[in-house]
Design a binder for this molecule. Sequence first.
Ligand code: ADP
Ligand code: ZN
Ligand code: ZN
Length: 688
Amino acid sequence: MTQQNALENPWVMRRLRVAIDAPLAASFDYLAPADVTGDDVGCRVVVPFGSGRRVGLILAVLPLHDQSDSSAPDSAKLKSAETILRDLPPVPQDWVDLCLFAASYYQAAPGEALLQAIPTGLRKPDPIKRRSIKAKSIEANAVVSRPALTTGQSAVLSDLLPRMQGYSANLLFGVTGSGKTEVYLRLIEAVLAAGQQVLLLVPEINLTPLLEARVVERFSSTPVVSLHSEVTEAARARYFAAALTGEARIVIGTRLAVFTPMPDLGLIIVDEEHDPAYKQLEGMRYHARDLAVWRARQRQIPIVLGSATPSPESWSNVQSGRYQRLDLPERAHADAVLPTVTLLDTRRLTLDEGMSSALLDTLAQGLAAGEQSLLFINRRGYAPVLTCTACGWVSNCRRCAAHRVVHRLDRTLRCHHCGDTSPIPKQCPDCGNADLRPLGRGTQRIEEALQKHFPQARILRVDRDVATTRKQWEALEAKIRSRDVDILVGTQMLAKGHDFPALTRVCVVGADAGLFAADWRAPERLFAQLMQVAGRAGRAAHPGHVIVQTEHPEHPLYQCLLRHDVPAFLALELTERQRAGFPPYASQAIVRAEAKQLDTVLVFLKRIRSLVSADLHPEVFIYDPVPMRMVKLAGRERAQLLIESPSRIALQNFLNDWLPQISAGRGMTRGAAPGGVRWGIEVDPLEC
Ligand code: ADP
Ligand code: ZN
Ligand code: ZN
């Protein structure tokens, strides 16, 4: 530190370099308050900004006059910073590095990445009142019994436990019910005992309260905090503070929790690593799993990615030796075997509301045996579209290129994209015909049909219309677990990490749609969903049965499902992607833009496409601008520009060169352009 002497002299004025939540590349310099010290780096500070005041983060304390720093603004023009907030310890440097890496990789402004990683409660100009985080259970030394490990768990742990120092990336590939959670718990135990903190990421905490409950139960005397969208702003600020002070030893959270400052971090676990919910789709569009891996390497600590259906990306990282693969090939309960899967060819069958008689027989058998069944259909609502039998009118959304969905219970037509809702018309808005027909089916229609077939059965529908909050979901789950339900009708909400011991039969309808979708990641998602939903059947002593209705029983995806052969599916997927030059064999970024008129958007994209000469970036390929698959959303028309390169670094270099030119040197990575165009960039898009 060459500036150390100057900084120790109280009579020398200092400047603060401050990150501020603004969509600009720059940080901002202020005149430091008189009480500043070098230890204030990483503290929040209240500064004047524009016409108001903002809370920023101190990146550096510098001498006021620094000839060596040509970027330093003229000291005479500096405004004074107001107050340095020292209510919390400064954020650690590795946390700053993580946010700055995210900003540079995902092409966001550094100040945005840093400040938006701080809860809003801590971005107010007043210091916070701290309350201590208590362990959730009061019995300080409660002895919690741990099950004896299965052979598989022992093998995995004896591989992992000696490697808890230093960086390693591990893919824990374990079928549903194989006991991945117990492996997590043992690893957490070891890391806590070594005096370190643990970060456990989950895709959607509302759907997986079980995992959280098991962590809290096992470590009842350890302060645990959970961070997710339903936590209030005030609580988020408290939990962030508790993680930062080291008071909280375990942090469980959804994608945003990857940005929790944890000075003693010793282990990261990412459960269900393949889940698309790890991708943030607004603002800085980061992937929490990928950032978690970066964070583990930067901190030189182990990371464990768990899944029954790993992502092709992680699988290819295993193949290239970047990740180590650990398998749990068998279910933890000795008598719990994998369910039998039957593919039911519906091509020559007459269906009743989409259901074959074999499927209905299976449900009848379940009822007779007093066991639970699940009917999986990944579409909520009554029917995906309403049509007029006379003139062909369809229930299009006025604001989106999509149909509005028929919802029977409140008799509405609802757009699932923009939320636009109106009552179901009594007659055709175009021709007046009163015979309007719902086409296709969703959960509500299946529920209604099953009620007719099995009037004596207790049928429960589970989808986002009935379970929006965690409380609602927990009430439904309790009902299922106490066996107050015979037949469940549900979407993928039901597929995630639940344990329903009485569930033995799973029937799947409408899955074929995922086979030939325009989105090339659709099969990967379908396969993961089907494996997960199949994994719900027969978790305890009763063997499970899965019936999948399909018109394509020979399809390789179903053939892999039939054999529970995840590696075979992943091999197929990766071969396909290699042939097509898709990720992980190429890196992609996408610029999306929208305006009132599609033409305006296309003109804008064409213009920015030619801002950088292709000769300078021979390894980067920019496609022609094209309208997005759903061209209209909420009244705005959309188009996109895909950029691809076999080299991640070449792509990054190109973006660093190109983006400043789009924003005319203002260092913005999203923004507005003439003609009412709004644009933004996504690196490693999941949809393109
Ligand atoms: P996964 O997360 O791999 O799907 P879980 O961790 O939920 O699987 O475990 C499935 C079931 O097996 C749970 O009911 C769990 O309590 C049980 N289980 C896990 N490990 C053991 C063990 N070592 N001995 C007995 N039961 C176990
Ligand atoms: Zn009509
Ligand atoms: Zn709409």
